[in-house]
Every structure is written in structure tokens, then in C-alpha cells.
Design a protein around this ligand. Structure first.
Ligand code: PLP
Length: 476
């Protein structure tokens, strides 16, 4: 096999990718395959002899695309968006070519240094306080994690470490196990399941607190819980405030929560996985009022900022609590420049890390802040368009205020009828939505996901919802 052949393969694939994305609207959004569909389509064993790349290329549609859910189709409205853009895809190609593992500065200085600067760029774009940024000259700074789930866990481990050390100063006679058994953290009942999971993985108690009528966790609720637990001998150590909950995109009262955390010396982590991207538009920053009171802040450029998965940005005011908690220092990972630049292996759970800052660099330069803001504003406007269409039909109600690119809606009818509505919508196969439930009320979520979405696509989606409702209500 000649190397030239593979170059041709790479070129052909580049064309295929462009063709795929530009015509994605025409594909069936969710495939109609059944579990186990793929095995009969490929041989039982790996080939003994090399195949021509054209044979692989010919199998992409038959084997892969026949079982792909097209997340970037304008007909895809499930979950939250996951980002996709040519600059990010191209950056991933370059990252794949360099293929370094940037666990320490010396392991690939550009990999670390570009990440430090990109996280400063991004932090400024969001309007984060200087106290989170590396350029402030202190220890603070950002790091790219794989997912928001990892960011929540990493922050929890930092908070745990900080609290254990502080408690030990006061009570040197207490053992680690004793202290651990008393630690308790808090989040909104509506927080993402990854928060509960972080508690399980971190071996600590987490309490889910009841939000107010707008699904927001309020300061007073948190204060009452902290005071009650303290009276009972527990040690509050960690709070996760969610900006943009997964079910309905509600925003916790960060400013109030921040005051309570600061009063009680509790680590405040902000999970803005989806909605955080909107803070590049100044008009949405009121939703993160109080962010300066947080210890860590996380959002996913890989959700809504055109940077392909995986790229989850985490800023820490005092990374030392995490660096110290995770610091194991074998000889083979030491280097002469230790301490002069971050060794990101201490800021995360795995050792290995890809050159993900390239994706940010390409996207931020090739779109510019202005076009990224347009992207966010367009998605929000499209959500409002769907909201308008839905509100004008008296059979429907909007379940939750629309602030971002998510519309929560339902038929003014029973949960069963709404479940049936979703079954019909997805069953017709043209668009794809997922449901949620809050306090026993079942509703449908329509998220604007694709960067290709236009007003005409929203009309198509609405027509599908309407036609499905006709079927359900006529009992067809
Ligand atoms: N937090 C919130 C609020 C989310 O909406 C999500 C996913 O949608 C997550 C966390 C988990 O994100 P990730 O898949 O990056 O871990």
C-alpha cells in the first residue's frame, strides 16, 4: 500500500464530509434500523490483506450512514445541540496529524500554551471576572475537560480536598474517613444527573434541593439546608449552581447562592453546560449575575459554540486544590520547567490529553465573536418562532418560559395524550424530539440544534407537531 493512496482517501473523505453536511437536511433524521443491524453487514473477521480505500469509502453509506442519527440535521430537536463547524473539524484533522499527548508542558509546549491563552480569550468573551483568568497573573486559569460531567467531578474533588485540609487544621485529631463521612454538597433537584454521579464517584453525600416555581434553586433554600446540616454535625463543602437546566433551561439564582456559599466557605461550582455559550452575548449576562462569587465555572463550547465534541471549558480560581489533590509525580513525567507553566495532567482525571485548543483557536478566529453571537441569537430567535407558532394554537401550552434555544411545550391534556403525541411525532420519522417531566407533568422539548436551521425548517417542524396532534386528538 502506497502512502499516496491514503492521501487520496483523505481528499475523498474531505469531499464526502462537505457533501454530507451540506445535504444533511435530506436524510432521515433517525435511522429505521433495529439493534444488531450492523454485524451482518461486515465480515466476521478483520481482513488479512489490505483492502483498497475505495472499498471502505463504498461502505460508508451502506454500513455507517444507514445507522446514523443525524444530530446536525435541522430536523433534529432532541437533547441539546452538539456543535459542528468546518473550522473545528479541520482543527481536529490537524490535531490528529500532530497527535501529541499534552499531559505536561514539555510533552508539547504549544498544546499547553495555546490552551492557556484560548481559555483566556473565551473567558473574556463570556465576561468572566479576571479572577478566573490566567492573564490576571495569579494561579487562576482555564482548562479544557472532555465533558461537563468531568468538570463537575474535578471541581468536587477540589472542594473535597480544600475542606478536608481546612477541617484538619481545626480538628487535627479527626481522621480523613471521619471527615469524609460528614461532607455534604448541594444542587438543584433539576441539576443534571452527572452532578449526582459526581457525588457517587467522589464518595460524598449530595442533597438535591427543591427549586422555586420557576425551577430555580434559591439562596434561602440553600441557606436553610446548610444550616440544618451544620446543626446536625455535617460539613457542607460543595454547591453546584446550574445555569440552564437540562429539562427546561432554568437558571439558578446564582447571585443569592453565591452569597450563601461565600458566607459559609463552601465551594461554588457553576454548571452552564449548554446555556454558557449565550453569555458571549452581553444581553444574556444578567443570567450569570454573581459569577464572581463562584470558585469554578464550566460550560461546553462543544454544545452551542460551534466547537466539535469534545471541548468543555472549566475555569478555576484556585486550581491548587485540584493540582494538589491529584498530584502524583513519577520521575518519567518530571521536567526542568515544572512550575513555570501548567502541567494540565494535574487539572484533570486522565493523564493523556489531545490538542483540543486548536479547535477553539480556529473557530474563534474564523467566525470571530460577531458571527458566534449571530449564531446564538439566531437559535434563540428560532426558538421564539416555534414558541409563537405553538402559542397561537389553542390546543397547546408553553410549559416553561423560553429564554434560550429550547421550547418546552405540551398539549393541554393528560400526560398520556402527550406521550402519545411524542410517539406519533417520532414515529412519523421526519423530526426527532425527546420529552421531560417535572413534578409529574410530562412535556415535550424542542431544542434548536443545527447550525443549518432556518425559519423554514421551524415551520416544517411545527407542521409535523401539528399534524401529529391532529392524529392524536382525532384518536386515529
Ligand atoms: N450539565 C447540564 C446542565 C447539561 O445539560 C448536560 C448535558 O446536556 C451536562 C451537564 C452533561 O454534559 P456532558 O455530556 O458534557 O458531560
Amino acid at each position: 500500500m502506497e502512502a499516496g493512496d491514503f492521501k487520496d482517501f483523505a481528499k475523498a473523505m474531505t469531499d464526502y464530509i462537505a457533501e454530507y453536511l451540506e445535504n444533511i437536511r435530506d436524510r432521515q433524521v433517525v435511522p429505521s434500523v433495529k439493534p444488531g443491524y450492523l454485524r451482518p453487514l461486515v465480515p466476521e473477521q478483520a481482513p488479512e490483506k489490505a483492502e483498497p480505500w475505495t472499498a471502505v469509502m463504498a461502505d460508508i453509506e451502506r454500513v455507517v450512514m444507514s445507522g446514523v442519527t443525524h444530530w446536525h440535521s435541522p430536523r433534529f430537536h432532541a437533547y441539546f445541540p452538539t456543535a459542528n463547524s468546518y473550522p473545528a473539524i479541520v482543527a481536529d484533522m490537524l490535531s490528529g496529524a500532530i497527535a501529541c499527548i499534552g499531559f505536561t508542558w514539555i510533552a508539547s509546549p504549544a498544546c499547553t500554551e495555546l490552551e492557556v491563552v484560548m481559555l483566556d480569550w473565551l473567558g473574556q468573551m463570556l465576561g468572566l471576572p479576571e479572577s478566573f483568568l490566567a492573564r490576571s497573573g495569579g494561579e487562576a486559569g482555564g482548562v479544557i475537560q472532555g465533558t461537563a460531567s468531568e468538570a463537575t467531578l474535578v471541581a468536587l474533588l477540589g472542594a473535597k480536598n480544600r475542606t478536608i485540609l481546612r477541617v484538619k487544621e481545626k480538628h487535627p485529631e479527626w481522621s480523613d474517613t471521619e471527615i469524609l463521612s460528614k461532607l455534604v454538597g448541594y444542587c438543584n433537584k433539576q441539576a443534571h444527573s452527572s452532578v449526582e454521579r459526581a457525588g457517587l464517584l467522589g464518595g460524598v453525600k449530595l442533597r438535591s434541593l427543591q427549586p422555586d416555581g420557576k425551577r430555580r434553586l434559591r439562596g434561602d433554600t440553600l441557606r436553610d439546608a446548610i444550616e440544618e446540616d451544620t446543626r446536625n454535625g455535617l460539613i457542607p463543602f460543595y454547591v453546584v449552581a446550574t445555569l440552564g437546566t437540562t429539562s427546561s433551561c432554568a437558571f439558578d439564582a446564582l447571585d443569592e447562592i453565591g452569597d450563601v456559599c461565600n458566607e459559609h466557605g463552601v465551594w461554588l461550582h457553576v454548571d452552564a453546560a449548554y446555556a454558557g455559550s449565550a453569555f458571549i452575548c452581553p444581553e444574556y449576562r444578567y443570567l450569570m449575575k454573581g459569577v464572581e462569587k463562584a470558585d469554578s465555572f464550566n460550560f461546553n463550547p462543544h454544545k452551542w459554540l460551534l466547537v466539535n465534541f469534545d471541548c468543555s471549558a472549566l475555569w478555576l480560581k484556585e486550581p491548587r486544590w485540584i493540582i494538589d489533590a491529584f498530584n502524583v509525580d513519577p520521575l518519567y513525567l518530571k521536567h526542568d520547567m515544572q512550575g513555570s507553566a501548567p502541567d494540565y495532567r494535574h487539572w484533570q482525571i486522565p493523564l493523556g490529553r489531545r490538542f483540543r485548543a486548536l479547535k477553539l483557536w480556529f473557530v474563534l478566529r474564523l467566525y470571530g465573536v460577531e458571527n458566534l453571537q449571530k449564531h446564538i441569537r439566531k437559535h434563540i430567535a428560532l426558538a421564539h418562532l416555534f414558541e409563537k407558532l405553538c402559542s397561537a394554537d389553542e390546543r397547546f401550552e408553553i410549559y416553561e418560559e423560553v429564554t434560550m434555544g429550547l421550547v418546552c411545550f405540551r398539549l393541554k391534556d393528560s400526560n398520556e395524550k402527550n406521550e402519545e403525541l411524542l410517539r406519533r411525532i417520532n414515529g412519523r420519522g421526519k423530526i426527532h424530539l425527546v420529552p421531560s417531566k417535572i413534578d409529574d407533568t410530562y412535556f415535550l422539548r424542542l431544542a434548536i440544534c443545527s447550525r443549518f436551521s432556518e425559519e423554514s425548517d421551524i415551520h416544517v417542524s411545527w407542521e409535523e407537531v401539528k399534524a401529529s396532534a391532529d392524529e392524536v386528538l382525532k384518536g386515529q
